[in-house]
Design a protein around this ligand. Structure first.
Ligand code: UDH
Length: 288
């Protein structure tokens, strides 16, 4: 390097190398507990210094393999959110991702619509950055192994394969709920989630069918890497199991092109940038 220039200055001029395929600082098995009371302020102090406003991060010393938007469907689970942020940010940072965390908050007390919130998260995140990969995650699932990479692969990927609540077993073979990762292309190919699964159940199975009908299959980590701990909670209000959703699974093939990203309609009420996440409150136009 030139005279009067320090080694650090010289390094900062050089274009960054791509990050290694396998992040070097992973820890493997993690200790996770939800008994500690965690406030958002605790989380801000714990992980905030590493983040940029809106829950954004990218590695300083290499170019991340992927740009990943984490989309979380949300209503009234603030305690869970604090646990999730507390555990996930350090993991995602060790995984060397260029990522942002988007919490999509359903306004009001109409019937909940998890899938539509995912579609909205996809669209809103893309307005901010050219994300290539979308990880759709429930708020109450924390991985127990940081080798479970929050990245996309050549197939839509199911990440939460061994959840403690289900004795670390897949409840059924085609399950595609909890935490999933789809590239932008994969998500477009299936026209996103259906927007019409109101209340609990079915929307994840519908997405699995869409993937299958578009000629793709899914991948999963093994059941050691894919272990998760779920935060215990009771059933939410305004999200009862909807018996119509079972019938709707017969209709995936007919609805895939007309019900999804192509027909998505909603109103953004507020976008709030916290240090640890972007919190987007939306009107999903729930049926009266
Ligand atoms: N969600 C909310 N608020 C709600 C409902 C759902 O934030 O009122 C989100 C949250 O990210 C949650 C996800 O949507 O993790 C899925 O919610 P769910 O109720 O479908 O699934 P979960 O696994 O609970 O959280 C299943 C019913 C648990 C009953 C437990 C009785 N012991």
């Amino acid at each position: 390097f030139h005279q009067n220039e320090t080694a650090t200055q010289a390094t900062s001029r050089r274009p960054l190398e791509p990050c290694p395929d396998i992040p070097p600082n992973l820890q493997g098995v993690l200790r996770v507990e939800f008994r500690t009371n965690r406030t958002l302020e605790d989380v801000r102090q714990h992980v905030g210094p590493l983040l940029q406003q809106g829950g954004r991060y990218k590695p300083a010393n290499c170019v991340a393999k992927q740009k990943v938007a984490i989309i979380i469907p949300f209503r009234n689970r603030y305690e869970h959110l604090n646990h999730w942020l507390h555990y996930l940010h350090p993991i995602l940072i060790r995984q060397q991702l260029d990522y942002g965390v988007y919490v999509i908050n359903q306004e009001g007390d109409g019937v909940f619509n998890r899938a539509k919130l995912m579609n909205i998260g996809h669209n809103e995140a893309l307005k901010e950055y050219d994300y290539e990969c979308f990880v759709f995650s429930d708020i109450d699932l924390v991985p127990l192994n940081d080798r479970n990479l929050y990245r996309c692969s050549d197939k839509p990927r199911h990440l939460s394969v061994a959840v403690d609540k289900f004795n670390f077993l897949l409840p059924y073979n085609t399950i595609f709920g909890g935490v999933t990762a789809l590239s932008r292309e994969q998500f477009l190919k299936v026209n996103g989630f259906s927007n019409t699964f109101w209340g609990w159940g079915g929307e994840d199975d519908d997405l699995y069918r869409r993937i299958f009908f578009r000629g793709m299959s899914i991948s999963r980590p093994d059941s050691i890497i894919g272990r998760y701990k779920m935060i215990k909670h009771g059933r939410d209000v305004h999200n009862d199991p909807n018996p119509h959703n079972v019938q709707k699974l017969e209709e995936t093939y007919y609805n895939i092109d007309r019900d999804g990203l192509s027909s998505l309609s909603y109103a953004v009420m507020e976008i709030r940038k916290d240090l640890c996440h972007t919190f987007i409150t939306v009107d999903v136009q729930a049926p009266a």
